[in-house]
Design a protein around this ligand. Structure first.
Ligand code: HEM
Length: 287
């Protein structure tokens, strides 16, 4: 599980050169990312890390152009779309043993060494279902009209989890009641969906995309250890997963095109919270 307690390093990758004040542009309202700029005419892609986001500043225009006086601030991934920005922030919150791009120190056993139990895994599946039920009912209800975009994406997990829990029941296992990690997260998601849509979208992205990446790896390892390699429905998608993810990426990018930079930063800043809550649910596997 990715740790969420330690803030992201603010000390790395700061450009070694200093640049005249004249090149500094208006600071962002969000105070966390630090930024630097570069002499006009160069197109550096040096990054400056701040809490939860990295800002890359490119001053590309020729010195003779008036536009050169307003250097364009670039966030990592920005050129590819907002999802790439969210991914960039998320990847840094992984520990080094979880993912290559992770920057956090490992704070727990690597999943290869996990000793899961079926009971703990059931607690994880039950609480995951609470979260997916909530996400899927939020987009059905669509308090904000653009949540409608995220209905029937093919990434939904609620029905799949219901089938898996049914299977465990048939095997003679008791299905536990939902516990605090799942119910607390579900309440937060409901609250954000109504009052803070940018933050909600951050959770939406992280929950579905994390499951398609690290979540699948975890499922495979757990199945090897305690389920005789049985592949649960939770880890199966109808259709090509890469295409389903790409469709959702495009929708997320389109929605975020309408956001101000401040709203985007607010969304990126929510990533740590998403890791915290998903982390608590993942830890149930070892409970
Ligand atoms: C033990 C826990 C975890 C492991 C082992 C893990 C591992 C991974 C790996 C291997 C990737 C793919 C990296 C790549 O594209 O090269 C990934 C991607 C990702 N993870 Fe995690 N992860 C974990 C937990 C989390 C959590 C708690 C979250 C957030 C709630 C999260 C969010 C993401 C996101 C958003 C991506 C990008 C997916 C994409 O680009 O399609 N991960 N993770």
């Amino acid at each position: 599980m990715a740790s969420s307690s330690i803030p992201i390093s603010q000390s790395q990758a700061f450009p070694t050169k200093t640049y005249p004040k004249a090149f500094l542009s208006t600071p962002l309202k969000n105070p966390s990312p630090q930024f630097g700029v570069f002499p006009s005419g160069s197109l550096p892609m040096t990054s400056v890390r701040g809490k939860g986001a990295v800002l890359v500043v490119a001053a590309a225009a020729a010195a003779s152009s008036p536009a050169a006086e307003i250097p364009k601030k670039r966030y990592p991934g920005e050129a590819k779309g907002f999802v790439e920005e969210m991914r960039f922030v998320a990847m840094k919150l992984h520990t080094r043993d979880q993912a290559k791009e992770g920057e956090k120190e490992s704070d727990a056993q690597p999943i290869g060494k996990w000793e899961p139990s079926v009971e703990g895994y059931l607690r994880f599946l039950v609480d995951s279902k609470v979260v997916y039920d909530t996400l899927e009912s939020i987009v059905e209800k669509a308090v904000y009209p653009w949540y409608v975009e995220f209905r029937n994406t093919g990434l939904e997990r609620s029905e799949k989890l219901a089938k898996d829990l049914e299977w465990f029941k048939e095997q003679g296992y008791d299905i536990p009641e939902p516990s605090a990690p799942g119910t607390t997260y579900a309440r937060l998601l409901e609250e954000l969906a109504e009052n803070d849509p940018q933050a909600f979208i951050c959770h939406f992205y992280n929950v579905y995309f994390a499951h398609s990446a690290g979540g699948r790896m975890i499922g495979k390892k757990v199945a090897e250890k305690i389920l005789d390699n049985k592949e649960l429905e939770f880890y199966k998608w109808d259709g090509e997963l890469s295409q389903l993810l790409q469709n959702v990426r495009e929708k997320l990018n389109r929605v975020a095109e309408g956001w101000s930079r401040e709203e985007k930063n607010h969304c990126l800043d929510e990533t740590e919270k998403s890791f915290k809550h998903s982390g608590e649910i993942l830890r149930l596997i070892l409970s």
